[in-house]
Design a protein around this ligand. Structure first.
Ligand code: FES
Length: 677
């Protein structure tokens, strides 16, 4: 029956953010149950009786071309009396109780963190690093000459004079927002004050007497997550680290879909910009609260991000980055006032953005280089930062080359049939027994491996999907077990000996988790298309690496650094088996966590490093991938597992083709069986 909008469909598209889960939901379905069926578990202590008020969600209104839907608040049934009373009493607007409403149209539903039963996991710890502390903002204590009838100069002029005499600081200015508090601070402190200065040039704050405590925020705005480290600018100590999903995910999973959202929607850019500023303010509040300080004491911030994130953060339309020649609005380092962007730190707080190298090699890449110092190495270092766009750095003390390769979001679980982001419930590790072809899986949030055939699993052990590290291990293990060949095709003959390999017409899929091992009650499979998506992504990355190696004139790398949160979770061995990275001694392949965040922290705590970043951005040589004629050729060769022609001597004993044990492996047993037949 058509509803008031004339829509007579019997099922609707429902998407949930930040999980990214979506699917068709029948008309009239209860939203709490529908979310569960789509793999999103909401808090529901009362079991849907509208009494615990834990299952709150919000409808994101608007047109979402990427999701192919238009979402409206009236695509849910009207507020129930219980909802009306509760929301009115608590002064809450824009929320619904998922258990209280039924679906009657397409929807994009935002699930706030407090309503998520399985909360997002983000690798956020700041790595221990030795950083020489020489911040851009510092405090000095100064005693100022008192005014008199003979002394006609203003308080500011006498303060500036005292700073010259006692600290050798000259040609100073004062931020307009610090000026109104100047006179009272001087008098309250008996003409002794603590002054916070930026770059020894500008006074940001004047506090009465002796005051201690000036803090800064180092921020990495990634396409998927935003991480902020609150640091003591005097000691360099990281006082708190906070991370959140990048709220822009709801407007587009990958960078290009956000660019097109900014282009096609009249309020698109403003929404994307506001969302990230709001998140940054929330992270600052949370970090300050957990460290027991006030955001009023945050006087400096360094922000890094890829070029699209950088432009949107500044409120610049990234439209030019959507196509060649990928013209940047600005690539120099920037010194701004945090308040101009709506950041609610101290009103005079400063903001520094590291420079950009090229259209798709951003300030995050410069930050990674600050942290890992490829320019100071005697041996060749390869740094790979895998995200929706892989950024690659190859260098040593003679040359550093950088490039960005369009891997797409497959490594983050998107475009994979049961893919999801890294969150509790996601399969993160996979082993396939080469003899029995049975899988062992490990899900995030549950400590033990789950053996094949396990039943009656506790709720946290039930899988909801497979995340990036899980799919990489799964494809590599399928290959090692002989279930797929070097071309990535399933060995259909294996279905003779393993009920896990399900054949359907010309295609096949591997049953990774049985229906009773999952939270959704549906099995999790790896399809031929999933394998293909991973092959395409890894080939784009590997081809980019090979072009940089060719440009540098090297045939091997001595060290491989996996940067980014994702890099922390992937197994170097499986990454190499898959041919995601070139051959290298396995002990020289390691993850460094959020190196971009660490680089931001280095630039926050040491102003000389900001100068080094400027130099690096100009010195590094950018290799433009799409313009390289040999990219296609390298790409095609890199589609094979691990590669069509490159040797992988460090995997010699592991690969099916090379292993002496291969005769014992099922693929070969199967072949033998067929040969005999
Ligand atoms: S589940 Fe308790 S109010 Fe919705």
């Amino acid at each position: 029956m058509p509803d008031s909008t004339g829509d007579s469909r019997t099922a609707f598209q429902v998407a949930l953010t930040p999980s990214g889960r979506q699917g068709q939901v029948p008309r009239g379905a209860n939203l709490l149950k529908a979310a569960r069926q789509l793999g999103v578990e909401l808090e529901s202590i009362c079991g849907g009786r509208q009494t615990c008020f834990k299952c709150q969600v919000a409808v994101e209104e608007g047109r979402f071309p990427k999701l192919g839907l238009t979402s409206r608040a009236d695509h849910l049934t009207p507020l129930t009396p219980q909802e009306e009373t509760y929301f009115a009493e608590h002064n809450i607007t824009g929320r619904r109780l998922a258990c209280a409403c039924q679906v009657q149209g397409d929807l994009l539903i935002a699930v706030p963190e407090e309503s998520q039963a399985r909360k997002q996991i983000i690798a956020k710890a700041a790595t221990e690093r030795a950083i020489q502390v020489d911040p851009a903002v510092r405090q000095v204590y100064v005693e100022v000459r008192q005014p008199s009838l003979e002394e006609v100069r203003g308080d500011w002029e006498r303060l500036a004079e005292a700073l010259g005499e006692q600290w050798d600081l000259h040609d100073l200015s004062i931020d307009g927002r610090a000026l109104p508090a100047l006179q009272s601070a001087l008098r309250q402190g008996g003409f002794a004050v603590t002054v916070s200065l930026w770059q020894d040039r500008e006074v940001l704050r004047v506090q009465p007497g002796y005051a201690e405590g000036v803090y800064g925020l180092a921020v990495d705005i990634g396409s998927t997550t935003v991480v902020a480290h609150l640091c003591d600018l005097r000691t360099g100590e990281v006082l708190a680290t906070q991370a959140a999903m990048n709220p822009q995910v709801r407007y587009g999973e990958d960078l290009m879909s956000r660019v097109s959202y900014a282009m096609s929607e009249p309020q698109g850019l403003a929404r994307l910009h506001r969302a990230v500023i709001l998140t940054l303010n929330e992270l600052a509040e949370k970090a300050a609260a957990s460290a027991g300080v006030s955001t009023e004491d945050v006087l400096d911030a360094v922000v890094v991000g890829n070029t699209v994130m950088h432009h949107i953060f500044l409120g610049i339309n990234p439209v030019e980055l959507g196509g060649a020649p990928f013209a940047l609005a600005v690539d120099s380092p920037l010194d701004l006032r945090a308040r101009d962007l709506g950041l609610s730190f101290n009103p005079a707080a400063r903001l520094h953005l590291l420079p950009i190298i090229a259209g798709h090699v951003g300030a995050d890449n410069v930050a990674v280089q600050l942290a890992e110092e490829p320019y100071a190495q005697d041996k060749t270092m390869l740094i790979v930062d895998v995200g929706t766009n892989a950024e690659i750095v190859l260098g040593d003390r003679e040359r550093v080359l950088v490039a960005s390769s369009p891997t797409g979001p497959a490594f983050e679980g998107a475009q994979i049939s049961h893919g999801q982001r890294a969150a509790p419930g996601a399969v993160e590790r996979v082993r396939i027994d080469p003899q029995t072809l049975e899988p062992f899986i490990k899900v995030i949030g549950y400590p033990d491996w789950i053996a094949p055939g396990s039943v009656d699993l506790p709720e946290p052990a039930k899988a909801t999907g497979i995340c990036g590290s899980g799919i990489i291990e799964a494809v590599a293990e399928l290959y090692l077990a002989g279930l797929i060949n070097a071309d990535g095709r399933f060995e259909r003959s294996a279905a003779e000996v393993s009920p896990r390999l399900l054949l359907s017409g010309r295609t096949a899929e591997y049953l990774l988790a049985d229906a009773d091992q999952t939270a959704t009650g549906s099995p999790i499979v790896i399809t031929q298309n999933d394998v293909r998506a991973i092959q395409l992504a890894k080939a784009a990355l590997y081809a980019g690496i090979k072009l940089l190696m060719a440009a540098r004139g090297v045939e091997r790398v001595d060290r491989v650094v996996l940067a980014g949160a994702f890099g922390s979770f992937i197994s170097p061995y499986h990454a190499m088996v898959l041919g995601l990275i070139p051959d290298c001694e396995l002990e020289h392949v390691y993850a460094v966590g959020n190196a971009a965040g660490d680089g931001a922290r280095i630039a926050l705590l040491n102003r000389r490093q900001r100068e080094k970043a400027s130099w690096l951005a100009r010195w590094a040589e950018h290799v433009q991938m799409p313009l390289e004629a040999s990219f296609q050729e390298e790409f095609v060769a890199a589609l094979a597992l691990p590669h069509a022609r490159d040797p992988f001597p460090h995997l010699a004993d592991s690969l099916p083709e090379a292993s002496e044990e291969r005769k014992a492996r099922p693929r070969h047993r199967i072949r033998e069986k067929y040969n005999k037949a």
